[in-house]
Design a protein around this ligand. Structure first.
Ligand SMILES: *Cc1c(COP(=O)(O)O)cnc(C)c1O
Length: 391
């Protein structure tokens, strides 16, 4: 058990005025629900653009695929990282042209490659021989980006081990791509989501430098580097300011690549979406399992199956805010379903004001990314998390 106490002042996460707006808007809406503030998404995009003016921003659609989020980003000139034909269809339906899309998932069916190619997508990520063969056959001449394996060390939600290949494998993939008539355009990696160790970008960029150098004698010039996702959202565990991330990343790039001409892509998901969302939920039950139990259990009407899957292993620690004030009381927090894995925080010690009672509203902050789209369809009969765009 960790001794950390999570009972935070609201103003670490948002202004009182902002909170009041959300609260007013949420009144009368079903509980639980997700409130999304597009102004936050827009502000993040603009901030990143200002901090990395040379980078092309590809929003990772899976972080929050709400139509309104995609439309708001499209309007600001964002590009999009898609992982399936369904995300492709959605982007096209919203009027996003295929030249603004990157098919970033190295795991895809031949028919889906053909489908994307038919719709005009010409930028694909790969990490294996089989996938490369499929691309050569169904997406001839396309620009190919090769994904490097990283370890995900230092991130709260590592996703890297599943994707990418070792530099030696990437090296031979690049040469094969050229021989198959594809255009070996760039290299990519993902350092792990909610990455708190900025040095991970340094390691990955160095690997890219090494590959670019070793491919040059073969006559292949890599023209693009995609720095992936990993920029953080605001949760209970503090991260460094965005500006520190971007200035360090730019320094790593400069150290390895100097003034070489190179297209730079970034693929933020969480960073753009997380802080835009608040889940408004309700305390369903407070109970003690025995007279001598140290802690009370607090059951909310939202849980792992209705959007909070990233509490698996208590990886992402969402700030949970109550309006009531009072002494801080440690609790174990769980969701409403009958699955015993639907416990949100047990090892991580959360505290709530001791005055909180059943029926009170729990505001789950930083919930704009990887929540609604992860919620189950009908488990225990609970409907998927509904989202509303703040007006
Ligand atoms: C999920 C994903 C991202 C976004 O990652 P964040 O950590 O949310 O920024 C970027 N690129 C790819 C390929 C992804 O799969």
């Amino acid at each position: 058990m960790s001794n950390e106490q999570y009972y935070f002042p609201l103003d670490r996460f948002m202004s009182v005025e902002h909170f009041e707006r959300i609260k007013r808007f949420a009144a009368g809406k079903p509980s639980p629900c997700l409130i999304i503030d597009l102004d936050v998404v827009r502000a993040r995009f603009t901030e990143l653009q200002a901090l990395m003016p040379k980078a092309c921003i590809y929003y990772a659609v899976k972080a929050n695929p709400h139509d309104a989020v995609l439309a708001a980003l499209a309007e600001l000139g964002s590009f999009f990282d898609i992982a399936s034909r369904y995300e492709l269809d959605q982007c096209l339906r919203l009027g996003i042209t295929p030249d603004r899309l990157s098919f970033g998932n190295p795991i895809k069916k031949r028919v889906d490659i053909e489908y994307a190619y038919g719709k005009g997508v010409r930028l694909f990520v790969t990490d294996s021989d089989e996938d490369l063969d499929a691309l050569a056959e169904r997406a001839p001449g396309s620009r190919i980006v090769f994904r490097l394996l990283t370890e995900g060390t230092g991130s709260d939600w590592p996703l890297s081990r599943k994707f990418g290949a070792h530099p030696d494998t990437v090296y031979s993939l690049v040469l094969r791509a050229r021989d198959l008539g594809l255009d070996p355009y760039g290299l990519t990696f993902h350092v792990g989501s909610q990455q708190r160790d900025i040095g991970q970008w340094d390691d990955a960029i160095s690997k890219c430098r090494y590959l670019v150098d070793s491919l040059r004698p073969e006559g292949v010039r890599i023209r693009m580097l995609n720095l992936g996702g990993g920029l953080p959202g605001t949760y209970t565990d503090a991260t460094l300011p965005t500006k520190v991330y971007t200035s360090e990343i730019k320094r790593f790039l400069y150290e390895d690549f100097g003034d070489e001409e190179l297209d730079i892509f970034v693929e933020p998901g969480r960073y753009l979406a997380a802080d835009s969302g608040v889940i408004v939920s309700e305390v369903v039950r407070l109970s003690k399992k025995s007279r001598n139990n140290q802690y009370r259990w607090m059951y909310l009407d939202v849980g792992k199956f209705s959007g909070l899957i990233e509490t698996l292993d208590e990886a992402i620690k969402f700030p949970i805010y109550f309006e009531k004030k009072g002494e801080s009381e440690p609790v174990i927090i769980a969701g409403p379903t009958c699955d015993s894995m639907d416990i949100l925080y047990e090892k991580t010690r959360y505290s709530v004001p001791s005055t909180v009672t059943t029926g009170d509203i729990a505001y789950i902050l930083g919930a704009g990314a990887y929540t609604q789209s992860y919620s189950s369809v009908n488990f225990n009969g609970f409907p998927p998390l509904e989202a509303f765009i703040l007006e």
